[in-house]
Design a protein around this ligand. Sequence first.
Ligand code: BES
Ligand code: MN
Ligand code: ZN
Length: 505
Amino acid sequence: MQVSVEKRASVNSETDLFAVLTTSINSENWRLPPRWAEIDDWVDGNLRRVVDLGDFSGKAGQTVRLYSKDGTFPKRIILVGIGNSKEVGPKELRNACSRVIEEATKLESRRVAILPPLERRLSSSACLQAMSEGFILGGYRYDQYQTAKDKPKLVAHAAILIETANLRTARRASGAGIAIAESQNLARDLSNQPPCDLNPVTLAEAAKEMAKATGLRCKIEDLQGLKKLKMGAMLAVAQGSSNPPRLITLEHNPPKPGQKSRRPTVCLIGKGVTFDSGGLSLKPSGSMVTMKHDMSGGATVIGAMRACALLRLPIHVVGIVGAVENMPSGTAYRPDDVVTSASGKTIEIGNTDAEGRLVLADALHYARTTFEPDALIDLATLTGACVIALGKWCAGVLANNEALASRIQVAGETTSERFWQLPLWEDHRKFIKSHIADVKQVGGREAGTITAAAFLSHFVGDTPWAHLDIAGVANTDQASSGQPRGATGFGVRALIELLQNWKKL
Ligand code: BES
Ligand code: MN
Ligand code: ZN
């Protein structure tokens, strides 16, 4: 889909659907705003009528379709309510624009124009960015595996018509929104792809292809490379699968070889378990469905790296994805095994279904020692306990640095991706002491999300670090505006929001 910003209030004959976004209307003392006079004329006075009759009041989510009188364009007009003017912001505009695209797709309207509300505040950069995101996210489908010929025709063009804002600034904001949302859609695509086709090798290939297209540096470690790096924890997970593991490193603004970057360095680390059967601690069949999404942390990292490149963020960002498949077999790792991580610390295995933390242990150590970053941020569908604790409404954040945790929460508040902090104390770390090795892989049933983070904390040293548990939000079985069933690409927007305004911790 093409998105454009144009400085005009009206439409041309090529527009198939004209959407008018409207804040709440108080019909008692309502008079037709001058800018709507022309629209009201197209629809033969019906715009005024639907408001006067109380059929449309601009409530959030409300839509009314109107048809223009003979010989006038566009043929279809849709009024979209976005709610109380005081409460409307980027989130409401993003959702409304997704809604418009979804309606347009149903109507097979190929060319759409949107008239945002008049309030000056609602054509700010943040709002134009969010509207553009809404279009791209609302146009997302994952139908590569459907053979039907009658797939819906997607919207080809969406134009935002602005009256007051500076056109250049507006176009820049819209362009950023497009880049970010398309990157989120890339993350969704990777996460939605069935595990028979998306394995560690093909995931690495996809990352490499994206890096080539955007100018990121890309390095892939194969089995040999991982052995050289002594990544015994990640290798233990990989050894049960016939699909070999990969360690993917993507770099934006890399320093000259052998030098340390003069820019701030932030490492994003993603769990890339392309399928999680549980290994020998096999999951029950029901819990195994959706485990193709267990690489969503990695997908979000790859998506965010794409956006970093396209937006030319002025900092050094490194994306690292540990890609493995967790399978049971005669060569699989076992409960009771002791493995040696890249850091040298030994780990007592208690449950082969707690594989994500092993992958992250080595990836975090690698990130910290190779890039000496200012901050480490990992994303992972790490624990079922997080789904129980926080549900699908937010991701968990656990950190050894309060400023970093709170900045991530603020960024997520801005992009409508919520994070909720859980505590991480010395008491939790004590809970995973081992009698036979340096550290135990799993604690008991209590506070599963926190003990998982406590385990990870052993591998980050004193580098500022935040762990984002996205198990509850990485995929959804309930569609909503801008979000079909399946992968969400959660976190791409928040990470970019955070990195765009990066300041020393
Ligand atoms: N990938 C799962 C976590 C998960 C569960 C994500 C449900 C999304 C939905 C992870 O690898 C896992 O299996 N964790 C175990 C850990 C336990 C064995 C300590 C869990 O949460 O049950
Ligand atoms: Mn698991
Ligand atoms: Zn897992």
